[in-house]
Design a protein around this ligand. Structure first.
Ligand code: RIB
Length: 305
């Protein structure tokens, strides 16, 4: 029986413009289309895990507005448990996203209600957190909330996974609590304060973070694949080649795949393959939560490769 997963993180309504190319500073251009998608790194990761068959509960905050209701209903429709998604006296989180013809994006997040998720909320949910097996967090909620939740989870032996996105320095006392840190190359560079362009540089930056107490690092590098560094093991895997349509939430799809396979007790090589497949499928589809694959789609993708 796979373990129970709690995701503490953001819920955003994504307002997305598809455009042939990004405008230059001060330039006006004509885009191709506009859509809204349910997003937010926390909610995306929770939906990714639920679609892959995990038992997952979300802790977060939405506003008392239409976006909040839509975000909540979409989580429920995807079998994410939502009884700990709270309401705030603030607008629901939004993200303004531009996607170009190559599937690349720019994202500006307005945290809104996500910023109102405070350590006091986490203390009220102590039992829920401490009775889970895995805790997954990102950095679109206040850092003090992330640290408070990590401390509670650590006390009870809950495995802690942190995706340090958007990139930000982490407090020193968080590192030793984290079982798996999953940055991309630029987040790794900011955390280690080192350049990260070659695989040698990735390894050197990982060594710095391991010295701070992290147990396992998983570095996602887009088309360059994934590098895993555990306490006594290193694994590099290549990316699955796909034609990108929209890379939004590719990292979230990867983390969903990673944690679901981890909670199912699979070996690390299989975990990395399933996570990469999940990320690769998501970039072939538009939107955040709309792009996240189901378990049978990951199975099928891996079968033909
Ligand atoms: O990781 C993608 C997500 O980042 C988007 O859904 C957007 O809401 C921002 O949080």
């Amino acid at each position: 029986m796979a373990g129970k997963i709690i995701v503490i993180g953001s819920l955003n309504m994504d307002l997305v413009v598809f455009t042939p190319r990004f405008p230059k500073i001060g330039e006006t251009i004509l885009g191709s289309s506009f859509s809204t998608f349910c997003g937010g790194k926390g909610a995306n990761q929770a939906v990714a895990m639920a679609r892959l068959g995990a038992d997952v509960q979300m802790i977060g905050k939405i506003g008392k507005d239409e976006f909040g209701q839509t975000l909540l209903e979409n989580l429920t429709a995807n079998q994410v448990q939502t009884e700990s998604v709270l309401e705030a006296e603030a607008q629901s989180g939004t993200a303004i996203i531009t996607v170009d013809a190559l599937g690349q994006n720019t994202i500006v997040v307005i945290p809104g209600a996500n910023r109102e998720l405070k350590p006091e909320d986490i203390y009220c949910l102590r039992e829920t957190i401490q009775h889970s097996d895995y805790l997954v967090m990102q950095l679109e909620i206040p850092m003090e909330t992330v640290v408070a939740a990590a401390k509670l989870a650590y006390e009870s032996g809950v495995k802690i996974i942190v995706n340090p996105a958007p990139a930000s320095d982490l407090p020193d006392d968080l590192y030793p609590l984290v079982d798996y840190l999953i940055p991309n190359e630029s987040e790794l560079s900011i955390l280690s304060n080192l350049p990260v362009t070659t695989i040698e540089e990735v390894k050197a930056a990982c060594a710095v973070l391991l010295q701070r107490g992290i147990k396992n690092l998983v570095v996602t590098m887009g088309e360059q694949g994934v590098f895993y560094r555990g306490e006594d093991q290193e694994i590099s895997i290549s990316a699955y080649p796909v034609q990108p349509v929209d890379t939004t939430a590719a990292g979230d799809a990867f983390i969903g795949g990673f944690v679901t396979a981890l909670a199912a007790g699979l070996p690390i090589q299989t975990i990395l393959n399933r996570a990469s497949a999940s990320g690769a499928i998501s970039v072939t589809r538009q939107g955040a939560q709309t792009s996240l694959p189901y378990d049978h789609e990951v199975d099928q993708f891996l079968k033909v490769r």
